[in-house]
Design a protein around this ligand. Structure first.
Ligand code: 2AM
Ligand code: CA
Length: 272
């Protein structure tokens, strides 16, 4: 490994440790009454646990990597001028964090949520960690270093036909017009693929594409913290992540489509 790879390997180890520690913190709140607040509407929720997990992660990063920037959902999501787009992300190393991806599942006691940490250098994803503290499932990737599930290498599914593909998607919390478009897309995709799932945590859906459980995933209107880590994990597992036009996904894009590559063109053409 060259000097940069050694440095990024250390970042990945530290990010993994922070995620596991934040996960232990989150687990301490499961089955207890939660303070639930609506953000923009009744589907867009946050709890004190999201905020605590985020503050914990920010503290660790600020202590160990004081020259890195941080973009995180509960700190930056409410700001009008958050640097959502790649183009607006600062140069140097930065951490893109969702302290709980799948907050609605967490609130309802469904064990399908994760801490998602993506790390970029000059706008390029270099490390990704997605950790479900309930199952202790850890997905990770380092650029050109492969993708892993609990330490073992993973790769995308082998299905070559859309008719054999298991797909997933998700509803947006804030946009019921888009969700009516989604219902129509689900109808079409369910008719042409093996079936469609809605699991409620985009970061884990991407990891399931990476590990071959799902063949593909599509979602509109996500934010960088939902997908940054998962995108690298899919790419390092041999998959592809594009926008609706089939071009390499950029964090400012609205529509994300991830797949095992084989089905991608058919997937895009049925969606559009
Ligand atoms: P969250 O739990 O962090 O809010 C559900 O389809 C998935 O989409 C979850 O990963 C959820 O993330 C995300 N999601 C849904 N609507 C969203 C919105 N308006 N903003 C950000 N993320 C959203
Ligand atoms: Ca979240």
């Amino acid at each position: 490994m060259n000097e940069q790879e050694v440095y990024e390997h250390q970042i990945l180890l530290d990010a993994t440790r922070y995620a596991k520690e934040a996960g232990a913190l989150i687990l301490g709140f499961m089955k207890k009454p939660l303070q639930i607040q609506e953000k923009k509407n009744k589907s867009d929720l946050v709890t004190e646990v999201d905020v605590l997990s985020e503050l914990y992660l920010r503290d660790q990063i600020n202590r160990d990597y004081p020259d890195h920037w941080i973009l995180s959902e509960e700190t930056d999501g409410a700001k009008e001028e958050s640097p959502y787009a790649w183009g607006k992300l600062a140069p140097g190393y930065g951490w893109i964090i969702d302290p709980i991806d799948g907050t609605t599942n967490f609130i309802h006691g469904i064990s399908h949520f994760a801490i998602s940490i993506g790390i970029v250098k000059d706008g390029i994803l270099v490390c990704g960690i997605v950790y479900n503290p309930v199952t202790a499932d850890l997905y990770s990737a380092r650029k050109q270093g492969g993708a892993f599930f609990n330490g073992s290498p993973i790769q995308v599914a082998q299905e070559q036909e859309l008719s054999e593909a298991l797909l997933a998607t998700g509803f947006q919390a804030n946009d019921w017009h888009s969700n009516s478009v989604l219902v129509e897309q689900i109808r079409r995709m369910a008719g042409t693929s093996r079936n469609v799932r809605i699991n409620g945590a985009a970061s884990l859906d991407l990891c399931w594409v990476a590990s071959g459980k799902l063949t593909g995933f599509w979602h509109d209107g996500l934010y960088p913290w939902d997908v940054a880590a998962g995108i690298l994990i899919v790419q390092e597992a041999g998959g592809v992540v594009t926008n609706g036009a089939g071009l390499a996904f950029d964090l400012s894009d609205q529509r994300l489509i991830a797949s095992n590559l084989w089905i991608h063109n058919a997937f895009l053409s049925v969606l559009e």
